[in-house]
Design a protein around this ligand. Structure first.
Ligand code: NI
Length: 316
């Protein structure tokens, strides 16, 4: 029993105090570690938050910059579009001068241009024979439908140095047509002439002399002027009357608007009587000292500037 050596009472007191002290120290240590960890966590978290905030700020700056660049690009595009639109408008309004592509005519000479509409027809070759015999050039305002019917005559007109104008495809009134309708009526004639002769018509004459803004725009696009006349021989009106040749001659030389220097004369080569009158008219004009020229020769001889889409009636 003695060998068990029970602990003294005062020793037991010390041991209890030490345990309490140890526990306290442990708690303090744990608290210190805890506080340490918390502060480290706080520092790291704050640092991370700062980094994220800075990153967000950076991204926002980038976004602002990108948005500014986009706005500037949009503004610059709008500016460029406006410049293009202005230039287009300027170009449309600008006169389009036609370069003379015909032999020059002595400006002192008395000149006249005979023009024949609505053909070619069955009498055109007879007229061409007479023109050739006299070495005279005329202008033919052809219809697309007639070009289809008389392709060889069209070829001959071009080969013998006469001028070809577009008088539409089927002689419709263009006055109330829109741009697409004008194109649909004018283009087939020009295309056929080009296919046969290798050259598009160099003039336009509207059926019935009726034009509008779309016709003018079309003429500008084709780079040709619009041609009317100063002298109407009324050959189509006189063809069934007694002695039509005399009536036509009277109209041409003694009518309300007789032929003078620089005149553009209107006739139709689809009537036999008109061809008869034309031959007589040519001989009278030659006897009177006139030189017979094509419409383009006449325009360039008498006008400083011939403009596409503009209207000319002769006697300039
Ligand atoms: Ni006609």
């Amino acid at each position: 029993m003695n060998s068990r050596n029970p602990r003294p009472i005062h020793g037991a007191h010390r041991s209890s105090a030490q345990r309490t002290l140890k526990i306290c120290l442990c708690l303090i240590a744990a608290l210190a570690i805890g506080l340490g960890c918390l502060s480290v966590y706080t520092v790291v978290t704050v640092k991370n938050q700062k980094d994220v905030t800075a990153e967000i700020q950076g991204l926002q700056d980038q976004l602002t910059k990108a948005e500014k660049a986009r706005d500037e690009a949009v503004a610059s595009l709008a500016e460029r579009d406006k410049t293009i639109a202005d230039l287009k408008k300027k170009l449309e309004n600008q006169s389009q001068v036609i370069k003379p592509n015909v032999p020059p005519v002595n400006s002192k000479e008395k000149i006249v241009a005979l023009t024949f509409d609505d053909g070619p027809g069955p009498y055109t070759n007879r007229l061409l024979d007479e023109l050739k015999r006299r070495n005279i050039k005329a202008t033919f305002f052809v219809l697309g439908n007639s070009v289809t019917q008389y392709p060889d005559t069209v070829k001959r007109i071009a080969q013998e140095g006469h001028e070809i104008g577009n008088h539409s495809n089927s002689h419709k009134n263009l006055k109330h047509m829109n741009a697409a309708q004008v194109q649909a009526e004018m283009n087939p004639c020009a295309d056929k002439v080009e296919r046969i002769t290798g050259k598009r018509p160099t003039l336009i004459r509207c059926p019935f002399g009726n034009s509008n803004a779309h016709v003018k725009a079309y003429a500008k696009k084709e780079n040709v002027p619009l041609i009317y006349w100063g002298v109407d021989t009324r050959d189509w009106e006189y063809k069934n009357k007694k002695d039509p040749v005399s009536l036509i001659m009277k109209e041409a030389f003694d009518g309300a608007h007789p032929i003078k220097n620089g005149s553009i004369v209107l006739m139709h080569d689809i009537h036999s009587t008109s061809v008869d009158a034309a031959i007589k008219m040519i001989d009278r004009l030659i006897a009177d000292g006139y030189k017979l020229v094509t419409v383009s020769e006449l325009l360039h001889a008498r006008t400083d500037v011939v403009e596409a889409g503009e209207t000319y009636t002769g006697a300039l």
